[in-house]
Design a protein around this ligand. Structure first.
Ligand SMILES: NC(=O)c1ccc[n+]([C@@H]2O[C@H](COP(=O)([O-])OP(=O)(O)OC[C@H]3O[C@@H](n4cnc5c(N)ncnc54)[C@H](OP(=O)(O)O)[C@@H]3O)[C@@H](O)[C@H]2O)c1
Length: 265
């Protein structure tokens, strides 16, 4: 058996992939892995300097120069421009990876509507909008979508209310549109990471000491005894996006060291 048949994730070679959240963390890791697998990349993020650094890592990994489509995805014009520029540049779209998102702390007693809207606008509304504009192009290529959800969508945690709700919405969005697009041979899945070492927690307000404690606690809150790494999620994204997952759609795949299966006792 030829090596490319043995592991069909190599089917991402030459595929055009639009990746959001590509300026940091999981989205950046996915961009670099897709680059290694030979994909043609359109990358979105707000921080242009970081986006350029990730693009350089992609080039160093063997990719042709990625198209940068920076901007805030909660702005409808940015979403439209992102899709238009990607199609104008590459003429097609095979894969959409929705990784842009934020975490915010707060309970029903402390999450005001401003924070609720801030979380929902990027974690859900922008994903809905971008996906909607990409779908006609993905139908043409019989492409695939991978949403970056969270274990927080599957399990309930106090103190991160709007975030948990936003990720549940993404899991349901994934399953519903998987059914809606199945007859057109577009596959839709999500990855549901546990705690992954990125900037997301500090950006949500944890200081260095709190973050160190949070990571230490992750040894107990994840069955495998540790938090995860960006690359471990990136491989799940690449698998689901590729022909290696050709009979998988509507799945919310935990990449969480077993956390989704745990129960306190
Ligand atoms: N890390 C974890 O433990 C974990 C666990 C489960 C799920 N997740 C999910 O994984 C995804 C990526 O998170 P991460 O951990 O990689 O966090 P991160 O390092 O903070 O990256 C977040 C990314 O989202 C982008 N972003 C945020 N708001 C945006 C906006 N309004 N418009 C456009 N882009 C925006 C950021 O862009 P800029 O930096 O350029 O502003 C950045 O590229 C998120 O959906 C998160 O909920 C993370």
């Amino acid at each position: 058996m030829a090596s490319e048949d043995a592991f069909k994730v190599s089917s991402l070679k030459g595929k055009v992939a639009l990746i959001t959240g590509a300026s940091s963390g999981i989205g950046a890791g996915a961009a670099v892995l897709f680059a290694k697998l030979g994909s043609l990349l359109a990358l979105n993020g707000r921080d242009v300097e970081n986006l350029k650094k990730v693009a350089q890592q992609c080039i160093d990994s063997g990719a042709t120069e990625p198209l940068l489509v920076p901007g805030d995805l909660t702005e409808e014009e940015t979403v439209k421009r992102t899709v238009e520029q990607t199609i104008a540049h590459f003429g097609r779209l095979d894969v959409l990876v929705n990784s842009a998102g934020i975490l915010a702390m707060g309970s029903i007693e402390t999450t005001d509507l401003t924070q609720y809207d801030r979380v929902m606008n990027i974690n859900v509304r922008s994903v809905y909008h971008l996906t909607q504009l990409c779908v006609p192009h993905l139908i043409e290529t019989k492409g695939s979508i991978v949403n970056v959800s969270s274990v927080n969508g599957q399990r309930s945690f106090p103190g991160v209310l709007a975030y948990c709700m936003s990720k549940s919405a993404i899991d349901q969005f994934t399953r519903c549109i998987a059914l809606e697009l199945a007859s057109k041979q577009v596959r839709v899945n999500s990855v549901c990471p546990g705690v992954i070492v990125t900037d997301v927690h500090k950006r949500a307000g944890l200081d260095e000491e709190q973050y160190a404690q949070f990571l230490a606690k992750s040894k107990h809150t994840h069955a495998l005894g540790r938090p995860g790494e960006v690359d471990e999620v990136a491989h799940g994204i690449a698998f689901l996006a590729s022909d290696a997952a050709s009979f998988i759609t509507g799945v919310n795949l935990p990449i969480d060291g077993g956390r989704h299966a745990m129960c306190p006792r």
